[in-house]
Design a protein around this ligand. Structure first.
Ligand code: NAD
Ligand code: MG
Length: 339
């Protein structure tokens, strides 16, 4: 692993940074960079949903093309599928020679849905955490670890710019790990598909269905397979498998060792490998790009099916009664037994 904690912000001193997009990552990057002393301008569509917020945060907001003109570094932090059009309209024809284009995820560069001009640096800084954490850690004097990479080094200073940007958003206070666009893109997609979003939600859903189809109360099934997941994940997060195993009972451990591998087995791993193959050979990227271009018909249908699942209905009712999730809770009616 190549790490570099000695990044300095020098390569971006007195340089203008345009941050395009003001969502999860965009807001955190723009505010942290500004507070690190950089000259930041936010590029957003006029009347867009987040431009009011950016202005309220005291940032200069311009149309994307206006923000890009004169910028030394352009951070592309809009949703991945919007980036090719944004690049074609507001970056390729406008970016000043020798500027750097920065991404927080390598998708469009790695799959060549964006091909930047040869005179531009193309770099990546990807925090390993959501934007809210990137901002919160920065405010208390710490940072979130970041991956960084260089795809195209036109100026001879691309790596220094990536390191300076990572330092500016607070990442260098934690850890910077060097990677390339291929590794960042493929591992990020695999993680969210096989484990984080896809894998874990299917595991929870199948567990919930198994219990409720066997006649158990949905409220109890919800607590067992969805709610308590947080306790386990927090232990993973704080101390890995070791801490989880320290905190659960011997009975839970024995069940884990003997039943876990029957639920998720070698055949599951083979299917994970197939998912990785589709990421590596570009099939996933082509499918997702075509789906987006077609107006997201399958995405919308599949999302609705998730939202309509019984676990969502019972979950909403139970969470309404979890006082700690609601800062100012209204008095909730007594919970009736359902089913
Ligand atoms: P987001 O969906 O939270 O933010 C979208 C922002 O882009 C909003 O300000 C929106 O108004 C603006 N926007 C949307 N469409 C636009 C368009 N056509 N033109 C101009 N602006 C537009 O996005 P995000 O989750 O912060 O993701 C940004 C980048 O960061 C992506 O490349 C993503 O893969 C990457 N990333 C995200 C996370 C995360 O935790 N969310 C983590 C690491 C990397
Ligand atoms: Mg799913």
């Amino acid at each position: 692993m190549k790490t570099d904690a000695n990044a300095s912000t020098k390569a971006l001193e007195h340089k203008r940074i345009a941050v395009l997009g003001y969502g999860s990552q965009g807001r955190a990057h723009a505010l942290n960079l500004r507070d690190s002393g950089h000259d930041v301008v936010v590029g957003l569509r006029r009347g867009g949903p987040t431009s009011v917020q950016a202005q309220a945060d005291g940032l200069r907001v311009r149309e994307p093309a206006e923000a890009v003109a004169g910028a030394d570094l352009i951070a592309v932090l809009t949703p991945d599928m919007t980036q090719p059009k944004l690049h074609a309209e507001a970056i390729a024809p406008i970016a000043k020679p020798g500027a750097a284009v920065l991404f927080a995820h390598g998708f469009n560069i790695y799959y060549k849905t964006i091909v930047p001009r040869a005179d531009l640096d193309v770099i990546l800084v990807a925090p390993k955490g959501p934007g809210a954490l990137v901002r919160k850690e920065y405010e208390i004097g710490r940072g979130v670890p970041c991956l960084y990479a260089v795809q195209q080094d036109a100026s001879g200073h691309a790596r220094d710019k990536a390191l300076a940007y990572a330092a500016g958003i607070g990442g260098a206070r934690a850890m910077l790990i060097e990677t390339d666009f291929k590794e960042e893109t493929e591992t990020d997609l695999f993680g969210e598909q096989a484990v984080l979003c896809g894998g874990v939600s299917e595991l929870v859903r199948h567990g919930f269905e198994t219990l409720t189809e066997a006649g158990y109360q949905p409220e109890i099934a919800y607590y067992e397979v969805m709610h308590e997941l947080k306790l386990i994940v927090d232990l993973f997060y704080e101390g890995g498998l070791t801490k989880m195993l320290t905190f659960v009972s011997e009975t839970a451990q024995y069940g884990d060792y003997t039943r876990g591998p029957r639920v998720v087995d070698a055949a599951t791993k083979q299917r994970m490998r197939a998912v990785l193959d589709e990421i590596q050979d570009g099939r996933f990227a082509r499918e997702w790009t075509a789906e987006y271009a077609a107006g997201l018909p399958n995405y919308k249908r599949l999302k609705q099916a998730d939202l309509d699942h019984p676990i969502e209905k019972v979950g909403a009712a139970l969470r309404a009664r979890m006082a700690w999730l609601h800062p100012a809770p209204a008095a909730a009616p007594a919970l009736k037994k359902v089913g």
